[in-house]
Write a protein that binds this ligand. Structure first.
Ligand code: COD
Length: 298
């Protein structure tokens, strides 16, 4: 799959049940409407019912057959939506008008959360005319300063997502500030370790390359200019970012400063979690729902 349209087409007619935490948001409801129209989902909306009704009227979302759980407190909304997934009444969780850290704390709740043995991590996906395929960026939203072991688990999570889109053996670029290993720059040391673990067969289903500065990961021209011959250089499917600040800044730069389409999803939990920034467009939220639908059918 080369773009979000391909993903949307594949995710059609699956009607997967999704629990939306703090659904009282016009962009969220607009994405839900488009997802219903394409038969992607059957939603359960948790949030301020009066506001949900008002926004739905404005965007012509027919609420007749949609279950609404009336709750105004956003932490409680998150708890209820997480429990719906925990109890298997829904197969996908979606973040609505709620802070990422608030919903993540509910997801991590030991009693009713969605923990598994895996590390939870976020993947953002971008489509841009400036790049020849979908670009996956991880982790822009969950893990603050992952160590090499965490990074291995973050790669495992995103590779599984990429495989769900029928993209085999994706190229993972470990992004740093330069392409040579410097013991004082931990990200470059981690990159070297991850490449070795990939070559040893410990990190599977992908080809890991690095360290790379960002330009060498995504531009063949830049890589060639610097004499880099690694097959991942200039052709990365996945950018593994050194920490949350770098990941998040790249995500926001692409989303707000360039002409891109994007999506965001949290991986490694008991169910996929649609996790976009509150400021993201309804289209980004729809793309994220489509990805989550693809992932549930793994
Ligand atoms: N995967 C699995 N379990 C985890 C993970 C993870 N990625 N992170 C924490 N846990 C478990 C820990 O093992 C522990 O048992 C429990 O959760 C609490 O861990 P703490 O004490 O590290 O976690 P918190 O509650 O202080 O913080 C967890 C958050 C996810 C809230 C925190 O990591 C966070 O704020 N992340 C960034 C969210 C954010 O603000 N993003 C902004 C960009 S949109």
């Amino acid at each position: 799959m080369k773009n979000f349209n391909d993903v949307l087409m594949k995710a059609k007619d699956r009607n997967v049940c999704i629990a939306v935490a703090a659904a009282h948001d016009k962009e969220v409801l607009s994405a839900i409407k488009m997802a219903i129209d394409n038969k992607l989902i059957v939603p359960i909306l948790v949030g301020n019912k009066v506001q949900i009704q008002e926004y739905s009227k404005e965007i012509n979302l027919d609420l007749t057959n949609i279950e609404i759980i009336d709750e105004t407190d956003i932490k409680k909304c998150s708890e209820i939506a997480v429990k719906l997934v925990h109890e298997k009444k829904a197969k996908i969780l979606m973040k609505g008008l709620v802070d990422t850290s608030i919903i993540l704390k509910e997801v991590l709740n030991k009693e009713y959360g969605l923990r598994t043995d895996s590390l939870l991590s976020h993947a953002a996906i971008f489509q841009t005319e400036k790049y020849h395929k979908l670009l996956f960026i991880t982790d822009a939203a969950m893990n603050l300063a992952p160590n090499a072991n965490d990074k291995k688990k973050i790669i495992d999570n995103v590779v599984k997502l990429v495989h769900s889109l029928s993209i085999s053996n994706p190229k993972v670029a470990v992004v740093c500030a330069k392409e040579k290993v410097n013991p004082k720059m931990i990200a470059t040391v981690d990159a070297q370790e991850l490449v070795e673990r990939n070559r040893a067969g410990e990190i599977k289903g992908c080809v890991v390359g690095g360290p790379f500065a960002l330009d060498n990961a995504i531009s063949k021209e830049a890589a060639t200019h610097k004499g880099i011959t690694d097959p991942v250089a200039g052709d990365a499917d996945i950018l593994l970012m050194p920490d949350i600040e770098a990941g998040n800044i790249l995500y926001k730069s692409l989303a707000f400063l360039s002409n891109t389409k994007n999506a965001g999803i949290l991986l490694g939990a008991a169910a996929p979690i649609v996790l976009t920034s509150r400021a993201d467009t309804d289209e980004a939220k729809l793309n994220s729902i489509a990805l989550a639908v693809m992932y549930t059918s793994l």
